[in-house]
Design a protein around this ligand. Structure first.
Ligand SMILES: NC(=O)c1ccc[n+]([C@@H]2O[C@H](COP(=O)([O-])OP(=O)(O)OC[C@H]3O[C@@H](n4cnc5c(N)ncnc54)[C@H](OP(=O)(O)O)[C@@H]3O)[C@@H](O)[C@H]2O)c1
Length: 247
């Protein structure tokens, strides 16, 4: 898909992967709509990308966000939150919040913006999931479930639009990325391996996914190996994952 001149809505554009994706898309000539809750950070991204700022909470204001955005060519569903710790002690309200922000809001936004893309015969939906959604991660159970939900949603939606020539759906499965995500969830990433990758690397993968209409992108690429192993040999995978860590 041609990015130059495309209208692209990026959620979670105020930080980390979303801000880096906005930079990469602006460099490719996209006209940006930058969504998030932190106006100051969004304005800093807008100042360097020329994007328009849309301050909305996607958990509660997805409809208002979609109305303000209007018709877009590309929707990058990137906003997300984490929570780490034993599921038995996870506050039920936090369970609900993760599902609302990470899974329900991207589906609702897609539902609201997809019809105009179909009418125009041109559109692309991007879902920023996680390797956690493909393999499951202990202490991040609900987070893993929301990302697995996004992967399933992308697979299903792709079947629905497969005969529409101008339409595409991409799902991204990043590993550990150096962003404020861990600080925000209140539990830092302390493992040495896998080493965190810079958000710019995920941003480049998002741009390539849109441009080449890639169905699925693991970032870094070697992460497809654990995902494939879990699919092909779940028993040995679980034994190995149990020995080497939580994943
Ligand atoms: N970092 C990683 O290791 C990693 C790995 C795999 C996948 N991911 C996924 O990548 C995506 C981006 O994460 P990141 O690492 O860039 O984290 P981040 O720096 O914490 O950014 C998260 C973004 O989501 C937005 N957001 C959170 N709750 C929101 C809400 N209720 N309404 C609107 N916007 C909201 C935040 O915007 P405001 O603060 O302005 O509201 C922020 O822009 C997430 O979906 C995450 O799950 C991250």
């Amino acid at each position: 898909m041609r990015i130059d001149g495309a209208r692209v809505l990026v959620t979670g554009a105020s930080s980390g992967i979303g801000a880096a994706t906005a930079d990469a898309l602006a460099a490719a000539g996209a006209r940006l709509l930058l969504a998030g809750r932190d106006r100051e950070r969004l304005e800093a991204v807008a100042a360097r990308t020329g994007g328009r700022v849309l301050v909305f909470d996607i958990a509660t204001q997805a409809k208002a966000l979609a109305e303000q955005a209007g018709a877009v060519d590309v929707l990058v569903n990137n906003a997300g939150v984490g929570w780490a710790g034993p599921f038995a002690w996870m506050p039920p309200a936090t369970v609900r919040h993760l599902v609302e922000v990470n899974l329900a809001a991207p589906m609702v936004l897609t539902r609201l913006l997809l019809p105009a893309m179909i009418d125009a015969g041109r559109g692309h939906i991007v879902l920023v999931a996680s390797i956690a959604g493909a393999v499951g991660v202990g202490q991040e159970t609900v987070y893993s479930a929301t990302k697995a939900g996004l992967i399933g949603f992308a697979e299903g939606l792709r079947y629905e639009v497969r005969r529409m020539p101008g339409m595409g759906v991409s799902v991204l499965l990043p590993g550990v990325v150096a962003t404020p995500f861990f600080e925000r969830r209140g539990v830092p990433y302390t493992r040495r391996r896998p080493a965190p990758i810079p958000p710019e690397r995920v941003a480049r993968a998002v741009v390539a996914a849109i441009r080449h209409r890639r169905a699925e992108s693991y970032v870094p690429g070697w992460l497809r190996l654990p995902a494939r192993l879990r699919g092909a040999a779940p028993g040995p995978f679980r034994a190995l994952a149990g020995r080497f860590g939580r994943m």
